[in-house]
Design a protein around this ligand. Structure first.
Ligand code: MG
Length: 244
């Protein structure tokens, strides 16, 4: 899992380098798929339930599952969410980042930062003897405190020899305590946060793209996390955070 996660972190770094105004979402995905294969991985999103690409590239009001497109050109001020995963020696990893294209508005920057912080609020409880619903609550309450909408139709998940395994990890408070967390569990924790209302729509046109119902911006941040007997280990994010 660690080897898989470290490779995926490098894939994200490679994609980040190509994000700029004038580049198509297809090109960003192509760079990601190229890196996955260079590093000896297999893209696990490609053909997953028929998804046609290795990376989900979701722009602005697109929440998740955007399909890369040669005609979709990134422009200054957009925000773009890149969700990718790979299989390495049978083990899956899954991670997402939201990146500004060129200069972005202060509001968009704040949404990206709060979404990332939602993840970090959640993983304060990704520890031995905590319960799963503490993670969900921490994410949801932090987003709500900032006036943002938390997407409820999509969740984080267990991950291992399959991309999606139990348990589901919603990003808003749940009834009860949920699963007891123990060392060795690997979880993909992934807040999806809307600038406006929590409601989303599912595209009937392409069968995949999830958008905010009110057209507001949305951000996504995800890492594959290992529960240990101490601090959680971020398998897809070994770089130390700046400013924290
Ligand atoms: Mg995921």
């Amino acid at each position: 899992m660690r080897e898989s996660g470290h490779r995926l972190e490098a894939v994200h770094e490679a994609m980040r380098e190509v994000v700029r105004p004038g580049v198509s979402t297809y090109e960003v995905c192509a760079r990601g798929e190229e890196m996955i294969r260079i590093l000896g991985g297999i893209p696990n999103f490609k053909n997953y339930n028929g998804f046609p690409a290795a990376v989900c590239v979701s722009v602005n009001d697109e929440v998740v599952h955007g399909i890369p497109d040669r005609k979709r050109i990134l422009k200054e001020g957009d925000i773009v969410s890149l969700d990718a995963g790979l299989i390495y020696e049978g083990y899956h990893s899954d991670a997402a980042r939201t990146i500004g294209v060129g200069r972005i508005s202060a509001e968009a920057q704040r949404l990206i930062e709060v979404t990332e912080q939602c993840f970090y609020e959640g993983i304060r409880f990704a520890v031995y003897r905590a319960h799963l619903n503490q993670i969900s609550r921490a994410i949801g309450e932090y987003a709500a405190a900032h006036g943002y909408g938390v997407v409820e139709e999509l969740s984080g998940h267990g991950i291992g020899t399959r991309l999606h395994e139990p348990p589901q990890i919603p990003n808003f408070p749940q009834k009860g305590r949920g699963l007891l967390l123990v060392p060795g569990m690997t979880l993909a924790i992934e807040p999806m946060i809307n600038e406006g209302d929590k409601a989303v729509t599912f595209s009937e046109e392409d069968g995949w793209t999830v958008r905010t119902a009110d057209g507001s911006l949305s951000a996504h941040y995800e890492n594959t996390v290992l529960i240990t007997d101490g601090e959680p280990e971020l398998l897809t994010c070994t770089a130390k955070r700046s400013g924290n």
